[in-house]
Design a protein around this ligand. Structure first.
Ligand SMILES: Cc1cc2nc3c(=O)[nH]c(=O)nc-3n(C[C@H](O)[C@H](O)[C@H](O)COP(=O)(O)OP(=O)(O)OC[C@H]3O[C@@H](n4cnc5c(N)ncnc54)[C@H](O)[C@@H]3O)c2cc1C
Length: 383
């Protein structure tokens, strides 16, 4: 569909990106899924095609392109139909490195953002903990002052790229008071080298997202100097809330790409599959179901583009980005499930694109802020 949000150059960029992904990623996805890994060279390959820093400043290797180039890129990543792949690449460019861009100083950006944009370093984001997911203010990982820096101790859960990462943007508590202090005013962000003494990483197996590596990361008195603190001490919660806007918009756009892919697969299948003497797609109940799903997808897309447009104009868009995340991710789960139904038993076979989409999109309504939390944010803002 034509859209007022995409200038012709963003559309051209989308087509180029799609061709790049079709050529370099799609043919290798099954292998990476089976091997449960994405080779490090992939980040380098994406960097050579200048895809890792579309929205970042040129000074740090980025392209400073308008935000809707990122929207097109993320939609195409989602359209690949692999949650693991799009998860790994989007966490790198739009989640972990976002904190360096927002809160980092020039030296920190040179040391971490630039190599990440150039594909020489892989980035991970370590906010969630075993006992603190939705409730960020319950984070217990502690950063105790030591010399000119800190000693960091605690455990982080579900870290995307956790095994492969070179650095982890980490939220830790810098309370001056007792070590048991909780709340949002005593969180700080640090960049921690993944190879630093005291960092232990262990992989976790998941229902889906097979090619993406996910890790539990333990910090045992990991020493970081003061130069690894991002932004001011105790300002972490504010940065997390800011970065979550982009994370939610990105999650919504990726989910739309996934819904598009499921619909594409279902349209092709229902045209080819003959039942009771005619193509499945000729049966009115099937045609209407697809028409309905396409309408819902377009509605979620317009809401998401609106949130992205507000974001691109520097607006906070708290409620709109939560609405977009809620609608688009719930939609992706629904669409992939309904499209799988149209494949009958063939959709339930391991290794089929629709089965992978069904499994992978299930995470969309949980990660990056679950649907229940999106509803809370909308209600808090609007009621
Ligand atoms: C594969 C994968 C990759 C991930 N990648 C990362 C990553 O790179 N970095 C990172 O930091 N995190 C990551 N996460 C963590 C993810 O963001 C969290 O799982 C998510 O925020 C939910 O937190 P939780 O799992 O602790 O669930 P909980 O917070 O325990 O919530 C459990 C359920 O209760 C609901 N709930 C919570 N609070 C309320 C409430 N007030 N009212 C009603 N319902 C509520 C939730 O919506 C959810 O349905 C990843 C997770 C997975 C599975």
């Amino acid at each position: 569909m034509d859209s007022i949000y995409f200038p012709p150059e963003a559309e051209t960029f989308r087509q180029r990106t799609r061709r790049f992904l079709d050529e370099h990623v799609t043919p290798r996805l099954d292998t990476w899924e089976a091997e449960r890994r994405i080779p490090r060279e992939v980040w380098k390959l994406f960097a050579r095609h200048e895809l890792l820093g579309l929205h970042y400043p040129r000074a740090y290797g980025g392209r400073e392109l308008p935000f809707f180039h990122s929207v097109a890129y993320l939609e195409e990543l989602g359209r690949l139909g692999s949650g693991g792949f799009r998860g790994a690449l989007s966490v790198h460019s739009y989640m972990a490195t976002a904190y360096l861009h927002l809160a980092g100083d020039h030296q920190q950006k040179l040391a971490y953002l630039k190599p990440a944009v150039e594909g020489d370093m892989i980035a991970a984001l370590a906010i969630t903990e075993p006992q603190a997911g939705s409730d960020v203010s319950a984070i217990g990982c502690a950063a105790r002052p030591a010399g000119d820096g800190y000693l960091i101790s605690g455990t982080k859960a579900f870290v995307t790229n956790g095994m492969n990462a070179d650095f982890l943007v980490t939220a830790a508590r810098t309370a001056d008071g007792p070590a048991t202090a909780t709340g949002s005013g005593t969180l700080s962000l640090f960049v921690i080298d993944a190879q630093a003494p005291g960092v232990t990483r262990s992989p976790v197996e998941k229902l889906g997202w097979h090619c993406s590596d996910t890790a539990t990361v333990r910090f045992d008195d990991v020493r970081v100097d003061g130069g690894r603190l991002l932004g001011r001490k105790n300002s972490g919660f504010m940065w997390i809330m800011k970065a979550f806007q982009l994370e939610r918009i990105a999650a919504a756009v990726l989910a739309l790409g996934e819904a598009d892919r499921a619909l594409e697969l279902a349209r092709r299948h229902t045209r080819d599959r003959q039942v009771f003497g005619q193509a499945l797609a000729r049966h009115q109940v099937v045609r209407h179901r697809l028409a309905e799903l396409m309408s819902h997808t377009e509605a979620a897309r317009q809401l998401t583009y609106h949130a992205a447009w507000l974001h691109s104009r520097g607006k906070l868009a708290m409620s709109e980005s939560a609405m977009a995340k809620l609608r688009a991710t719930e939609l992706a789960v629904d669409v992939t499930g309904q499209c799988l139904q149209l494949f009958g038993g063939h959709g339930y076979l391991e290794g089929t694109p629709i089965a992978r989409l069904f499994r992978d999109t299930r995470l969309d309504t949980i990660a990056g802020g679950a649907s229940e939390i999106m509803r809370e944010i909308i209600a808090d803002t609007e009621l």
